[in-house]
Design a protein around this ligand. Structure first.
Ligand SMILES: *Cc1c(COP(=O)(O)O)cnc(C)c1O
Length: 398
């Protein structure tokens, strides 16, 4: 017998759980794309997206996933031959660097490994040494979803300011926006990249690029920008079709409208606090399990942990065994370990992740943790006791 029959729960770091209200908003006949409701709806999305990013800047919406949003952001401020600095803390930092190289951009990669955050002092030293300002931008992840490291973005702003370096600060917020505190303008971020399927709770398919006046000025100086990625017509359209460089992503827009209403009804600050509290419950349980076995949180210092994804390990191959057992027996799907070991390395089967981003509440997190507890028990994977009690205690604190 399996106890997995019932509503499945995809507890991976994106795509995240879609609220019923978002799904219902999308379940409709195709709307008129030339006039009427959709046009107004789209205009209304812009300020509400900007409120989530905490910016008075602009936002371009693309029909793409996060990879597309990476390319969109690069295409508007950099050209072939320009140089960028990429402080990386996992798979996604390297991914954005690869995207840049493909556009002919020279990448100076600063690899901080898979368990430590970006060291802003080392970045400052590199900026200081760059006397002729060859580095045109810093590309970094706020949260690297593979390692679940959360980087200190204001510290990077300080590194730029104290060295008087003019490079743009470009931040991948795909896994953090709508989950972890992020304040684009207050933190001095010039370009922020996000996507629909994580904190925004909408299916994959929309990419967002937020940018300020300094980034807009870089765009104006470029001679050529790919017509599809160009953010100018998208943010200053003369005709509706220019918002999306073609047909609008009709149903995603309805879903996004509802998701933004949910976020702003709850309040962005409250959304962040909810993620924080639920993450604390998860960490507390993991620490208890780890006291009696091999289970480890990838990031030691809670300050540098994502509030929306938790990267973990067991002895190989117990991570993979646990994921399979949970899916087959409890209806919970956990995330795979990503980029933590080479694909051929058997150690890779030790790594796994919990996704806890977006439309997630206490009973989902506690249900996931209790399912993990059942899996550890069923598979006879050694683990410490009282994990569920401490997680429940964190929830009880409210
Ligand atoms: C998910 C994610 C991406 C990639 O997004 P896709 O939609 O899979 O292309 C990039 N960066 C981060 C930090 C992510 O979490």
């Amino acid at each position: 017998m399996t106890l997995s029959t019932g509503r499945p729960y995809l507890a991976i770091p994106g795509p995240s759980v879609m609220p019923d209200a978002v799904l219902q908003a999308m379940h409709r006949a195709a709307p008129n794309i030339y006039e009427g409701e959709l046009l107004e709806l789209t205009q209304g999305l812009i300020p509400d997206l900007a409120r989530v990013a905490r910016t008075n800047g602009q936002v371009a919406i693309y029909i793409c996933n996060g990879h597309g949003a990476w390319e969109a952001s690069l295409s508007n401020v950099l050209k072939s031959g320009d140089k960028v600095l990429v402080p990386s803390t996992g798979w996604f930092g390297h991914g954005w660097a690869t995207m840049a190289r493909g556009l002919g951009i020279e990448v100076e990669l600063m690899d901080f490994g898979k368990s430590s955050p970006v060291d802003a002092e080392r970045v400052a030293a590199t900026l200081k040494a760059d006397k002729s300002h060859e580095i045109k931008a810093i590309l970094t992840t706020h949260v690297d979803t593979s390692s679940s490291i959360r980087n200190d973005i204001p510290a990077l702003r300080d590194a730029l300011d104290t060295t008087g370096h003019p490079a743009l600060l470009m931040v991948d917020c795909i896994a953090s926006m709508g989950c972890d505190r992020f304040e684009m303008d207050n933190w001095g971020v010039d370009v922020a990249v996000a996507a629909s399927q994580k904190g925004f709770m909408v299916p994959p398919g929309l990419g967002f690029v937020f940018f300020n006046g300094k980034a807009a000025a870089k765009r104006s100086k470029l001679e050529r920008v790919s017509a599809y990625w160009d953010w100018n017509p998208r943010t200053n359209p003369e005709r509706f079709v220019q918002y999306f460089g073609g047909t609008a992503p009709t149903h995603h827009l309805y879903g996004l409208r509802t998701a933004l209403d949910m976020i702003h009804d709850e309040g962005v600050e409250v959304v962040w606090a909810r993620h924080e509290q639920l993450a604390s419950a998860i960490w507390a349980a993991c620490e208890k399990w780890g006291q009696g076995g091999a289970l480890r949180l990838n990031v030691d210092d809670p300050y540098y942990r994502s509030r929306a994804v938790t990267s973990l390990s067991l002895s190989s191959p117990d991570g993979t065994r646990l994921r399979s057992w949970l899916e087959q027996n409890t209806g919970v799907t956990l995330g795979i370990g990503l980029g933590m070991a080479n694909r051929t390395d058997p150690e890779g089967d030790g790594f796994f992740r919990f996704g806890h981003m977006g439309h997630v509440n206490a009973h989902m997190v506690l249900g996931m943790l209790a399912s993990v507890q059942a899996g550890l028990t069923a598979l006879e994977i050694p683990h410490g006791t009282s994990a569920l009690e401490v997680a429940a205690a964190v929830v009880a604190e409210g």
